[in-house]
Each structure stands twice: as C-alpha cells, then as structure tokens.
Design a protein. Sequence first.
Length: 740
Amino acid sequence: MNTPADQDASFIAEALPAFISEAQEQVASIEQLLLELEDDPGDRDRLDALFRCAHTVKGSAGIFGLDRVVAFTHHVETLLDRVREGRLGLTPSLSTLLLKCNDEIRALVELPPGMPEADEDRERRAALVERLRAESGDAAPPAAAEPVLVAAPAGPPGSRWFVQVRFGSDTFRNGLDPLAVLAYLRGLGTVERIVCEHDAVPALDAIDPEACHLDFALELRTDAGRDAIEAAFSFVREDCTLSILEPGTTPEEIARRIDAMPGRDRLGDILVEAGAISRAQLQQALRAQLETGVDGGPGTRLGEILETTSGVSPKVVAAALGKQQRSRESGASDDARFIRVQADRLDAVINLLGELVIAAAGASMLARQTRQGALIEANQAVGGLIEEIRNSTLQLRMVPIGETFSRFRRVVRDTAAELGKDVSLELVGTDTELDKSVVERIADPLMHVVRNALDHGLETPEQRVAAGKAPQGRLTLAACHEAGHIVIRIDDDGRGIQRDKVLQRAWDRGLVERGVVPPDAQVLMLIFEPGFSTAEKVTNLSGRGVGMDVVRRNIESLRGSVALSSEPGRGSRIEIRLPLTLAIIDGFLVGVGASRFVFPLEAVVEVIEGAGAGAAIDAGGRGTAELRGRVLPVVDLHALYGLDGPRTERPSVVVIQAGTERFGVLVDQLLGQHQTVIKPLGRMFRSLRGMSGSSILGNGEVALIFDPATLGQLAAGAPALRNPRDTDRVSSPSLEGQPS
C-alpha cells in the first residue's frame, strides 16, 4: 500500500514536466510584458499580468520543492508588487534588471532538481537579489550561502483559515492528484475539519469512474500566510474553483475579491468562490428559497435568505449582484475551453490526411473511367468531405507569427544597447497566420537577419545625426499573405549596402574575376556566399562569415525564397517568401508533353485555352504573348526544361501572379483543380529551376510543383538558378549587408 509520501513523490515525478513547460510559458510572458511596458510603463493591466505570472511560477515551484526558484522569484515578486502599487516607477534601468532576473528564473526552472550549482551561478543570483532588495527598499537579510525565501506576511499564530475547493471533472484525466494537494496542506499546519459536499456527486448509476467529483470545505489552522496556502493549489489552479477566507476578513475585502473575480452567471457560485459561504450553506439557502415559494411563485430572494441564515453582509451580496449583472451584460462565459495536443500527434494526423487525399484522387480517377454517374457523384461527395477535413485540420496548425516577432523585442533591445545604438522596433501584421512547423523553422533565419541589420545596417546616433537623420534608427518586421504565400519583410533606415566594399571583398576572395563589375543585383547577392564578410574585425555579432548563407539555405529548405534590395544611405529591405503550409495545398494540374505539373491555385489568375499559338519564344523558352492588347511575358516549359512528348498546336496560357508581377506559362493540357499533397524534392532535383516540391497523383504518377516567384524570374529573363549557390536567388542580410 502506498504511503502519503509515496503518493507525493509519484505526483511530483509525473507532473514536473508539465510544470516546467507551463513555467517556461510564464517566463516568456514576463519578458514580453516587460518589453511592452517600456512603451507604456503605467499600464495597470499589464502590470497586474506581470505580477500574476511571477506569482504563478513561484507558487507552482513550491509544490515541487524547487526552493531555489521559490526563493529567487519571491524577491522579483516583491519588487513587482511595489511597481504595480505605484510605489516604484518602471524605469529603463529597472526593466533591464527585471529582464536579467527573468533570465535567471528561466535557468533555475530548467535546472534539474537537486543538481548542484557552480559558485559563479550562486554569486550571480545573490548579486541580483541584492539589487532587487535595494530597488524595493527591503533591508538586507542575514548573510547566507543561498538566498533565503522571506515568507509572506502571516496571520496570527495558529489562525484558522477557511478553504473551499471544487475540483474540475477532468482533474484525474489531466494526471492531477487532489490527495497530494491535501498532503501539502497538512504540511502547513493542522486540518481541523473537512466536509465533503455530496451534492457534487451524481447518482451511482450515472457516475463516471474517470471523472473527479471532489468538492470539499476545510478549516486549516496554520501560521502560514495566504501565499503559502494558495501555493498548494497553484499547479491545479486551472482545474479547480478555489476560495480562501482568511481570519478576520471584512465585508469590504470580500467585495473587492468579488470585483476581481472572472464573470459568473449565478449569485450562489459567486459567493462560494469568494469564500463568503460554503457550498453546503448555499444548498441550504436554495432549499429554503423553494420552501418560501407560493403556488410556484419565485419565493424570497436568495441574497436575502443568505443575509438572514448565513450572516452574509449586505455589502457582499450587493457586490455579488453587481458582478452577476455585469457578467450577463458582457456575455461572460466559462464555456471556452482549450486542449493541448502534442505536435507529433498532430503531424501524424496531417500525414495520414495526405495519404487519404492521394487515395481519394485515385478512387475519383477510377470512378470517372467507369462512366457510372452514381459512383462519380459518390466520389465527389467523399472528395468534398475530405477537403473540409483537410482545411479544418490544417487550420489547427496555423498560428500567428506575432509570437515569433515578439521575441525580437528583447534581441533588438539588448543588441542595440551592446552596440551603443538607439533603435525602435516596429511590428506589422502580427496576426498573420502560417503553419506552426514553418514558424518554428523561420525563427533562427530571422534572428540572423535582425542581428545583421542591427550590426551592419543601422548607424550609431552620432553617425545618423551627421548624415542628417534622426538619432533613433528604425527596424520594421512586417508580414502579410500574398498569393498563397506569407511574405516577411525586414526594413531598416540605415546606411544600406556598400556595393563597392562588397565587390572589393569579392575580388580579394576570387569570387569575381578582378576588374569585372557585375550588375548591382548580382553584387548584392555575393553577401550570401559561404564565408563572405566585409566586417573589419571579428566581434560577438559578425566577422566570421557565418550566417547569411545559412539563412538562404534554411529558407530554401522550406520551399521559400529571399530577395534583397538596398539604397545607399537610405536603408535596405529583405523580403522572405514562404509557403503557408508544408503539407497540403490546392493546386491547378497541367500537362506539358508527357509530364505533369502543379501550380499553387492561389497564384493562378486566369486560364486561356489556345491563347499561346502566336507567342514569340526564343531558344531558351522565354518570350512574350499578346493578351487583350497587352504584352505578357511568357515561358515555354517544353523549351525551358527540354521536355519529351509531342507539342499541341494551340497551347493554352496559364496566367500566374508572382508578387506584383504577372506572367504566362504555355501548357498543352488543362487538367483542372487538384488537392496537392506536397512531398520534398529528391536530392537530384533540388537544383531544378522554378520548382518547390513534388506530388503523387491518383494514378501513381509524380507531378512537380512550381514556385511562382522563381518561375516568374525565368519568364522575365532573369539568370537561371542552377543551384542553391546561384547569386540571383536573393537571400537576406543586413544593412551593411555583411553576413554575421
């Protein structure tokens, strides 16, 4: 039989990974809130949220015995409390201190329990504690080898606290153990009385053995304060309704607590959660209300009964009624729920969905061959359902890019300070959504680009004033949807890329024959060559020639492309174009000779049958055609790729939109819309011009998927892309344009 100690150990071992994940989210929120507060230090909502995040980390850590986290976070929490109460202003220097402390909390959370620390780590944390105490005005504690947790103000010795808690029905399913919470409470003092509310338990024939129906009230005699009692429930806080009524609580204090609570629709629930009454008292009052009704009438008001039978203050009842009314007016509801799903499980569903799409395409093709109308109609119905499932499932993976952008607030702040520069960061289009897998893989390339922009592109305040600019530089991260892609732009108003300096370094390294001066566009692309750098000396940020070639390689591995433009003295723009998803897209299937190709459907503007007969095409497959009185650049896939198979006498033109430009593609057959499961290109085909992936058709054939942006470059006569090192496929660096 397991002892209470064994149960505690089991609970902690099972729940610790979930705590670490939750704490990391809280730490990320603290950093984000601190950076946002630099623009508006007096924002009370953000200050309150900041305090709650720190309090949550401290309270949850206490359940797991992570004393180092609790001790250090307590000092951070004390300082944040001073700030939100208005006794301290959130100055830039204080914000910097709190950011450093947040980094320390993150490191402590990730430190395995019981692992010894290096002396320098303890000394660094002790120094931070001294600074926190100095800022908050606390007296220094007695010297100790480890920062000591100073307990929150406690109630009178042996005070009796009233605790009411109702656990959610999913408590057990979420791996939580209410008995472990009770065991923790017993360690704080003596549980003198505990009463279970039987009304929360359904009839035996209706009970769900996996659901939790625990609802109890207890009296705890302890010298500990409210923070220590709340810490016992921190880890299960989202799975329970909790009320803690401390000794000597006044009606005014309960009323303030009610005002701070989330909205509730029922008066009794509000009073129970606020700790004004127990659930047993509520049930008794409800029964009394029914008895006072006459001939089915409404009976005496519940608030009046509670005032009479339970001694609830009229001020408390009035506050609860006000909360109830506001909740109804605002439509507040507790029905919104979220569920966390492991990413690999969702990936498995997406992969199976892709195979289902391919199988459905094969079944549809066979149905058409039978020429049986009923079978064709049934397959079309199945195909429609699969498309709806596909769209809904892919939507689960779509996340706003704003979270990724927000990470760079800290990067810009710290890097600019290190370089002695004054830089403002502007974020545009943060609600733009794209596939989570793309978001995860774009973070590192963006980091290189942003740091490069800060190091090479933006000048110091003195240099900017000398150049007739404002002392503060501007860096903008923007995102938007465009023709089935997401476009990310990184703009700055710095010095721009020094083309002469880039060309000189290229001559010195033998990348360009000395004396040869390529076009400006090709000169800019040289900065993406491996090992290329124009930095005069090696620093923490640049000079080693590592970074920009990695940026391009990572972007291209996502079937994306990078473009760079720069104007000396005015700044630079880096444009990254990525697919919205790496899994399944709507495509338009065409035939060219014996081959099959797919265009992303969002990029197809129109299709004109037989319009390519009069197109003038050169030997390289590029040319023009007339379309409604206008000249349209076109590309002939037969000539461009040297495809086998007979040509049609009247090729059709598929008009494609790539960015702001349009071009036409000559094709032999128009095969219609096609759900396209994207497969990566094999190593042999990765250097194929204008392609971004492949797909398997219903009959087992392989179709290549076009990349509209690079195919548009070919149609316009840009140099062909032979391999990932070709300098016409622009990647992205920074302002001075040097890789870091």
